[in-house]
Structures are given as structure tokens and as C-alpha cells.
Write a new protein. Structure first.
Length: 104
């Protein structure tokens, strides 16, 4: 009976370990999904800012207004880059900062 009991305990331990591994893998997949989503959001936001700048250049003829819009977009871009850098430090605390974000 004790031999059967030992095998039951071993089976339970293996089952517990398997569940822990599965949970850990699920968590890692979730983190990877979030990182990928953040990367895509950053890329899309950069694309939107570039398109706004292009639209301003091609549609606004008043140079004063055009310059003001450029300055506003530059501030938005700068703030976005700063936020991304800070967020990246929080998400990847052990990774050295990359060569910097591309200026828009």
C-alpha cells in the first residue's frame, strides 16, 4: 500500500509541476503578445505622425500655420519618444537602451 501511495504522491508532484510549467509558459506567451502589441502601436504611431507631417506639407499653403503645425507635431513626437523610452526602461529593465528612436 505504501508503494502505491508513493506512486500517487509522485504522480501528484508531476502533475503539479506540469501545471506550473504550463502556467509559466502561458504567462510568457502573454508577455510576448503584449510586447509585440506595444511594438506595433509604436510603429503605427510613428507612421501616423509622418503622414500628418506629409499632409500638412501638401495641403496647407499658409507658411505661418504650416510652421505652427510642424512645431506642434514635433512636440507631440518628442513627448511620445520620451514616453516610449521611459516605458521601455520599465518593460525591459535589464536591456541596454538601443541606439535611440528615429527622429520624425
Amino acid at each position: 500500500m505504501t508503494n502505491k501511495h508513493n506512486w500517487n504522491e509522485i504522480g501528484k508532484d508531476i502533475s503539479d509541476f506540469t501545471n506550473k510549467v504550463k502556467i509559466k509558459l502561458d504567462e510568457e506567451d502573454l508577455v510576448d503578445d503584449i510586447k509585440q502589441s506595444l511594438k506595433e502601436t509604436i510603429e503605427n504611431t510613428g507612421w501616423l505622425i509622418k503622414n500628418m507631417i506629409s499632409s500638412v506639407e501638401s495641403t496647407i499653403s499658409d507658411e505661418d500655420i504650416k510652421q505652427e503645425v510642424r512645431e506642434i507635431l514635433a512636440k507631440v513626437n518628442s513627448e511620445l519618444q520620451s514616453t516610449i523610452k521611459e516605458s521601455t526602461k520599465n518593460i525591459y529593465p535589464n536591456v541596454e537602451e538601443k541606439e535611440g528612436l528615429e527622429e520624425e
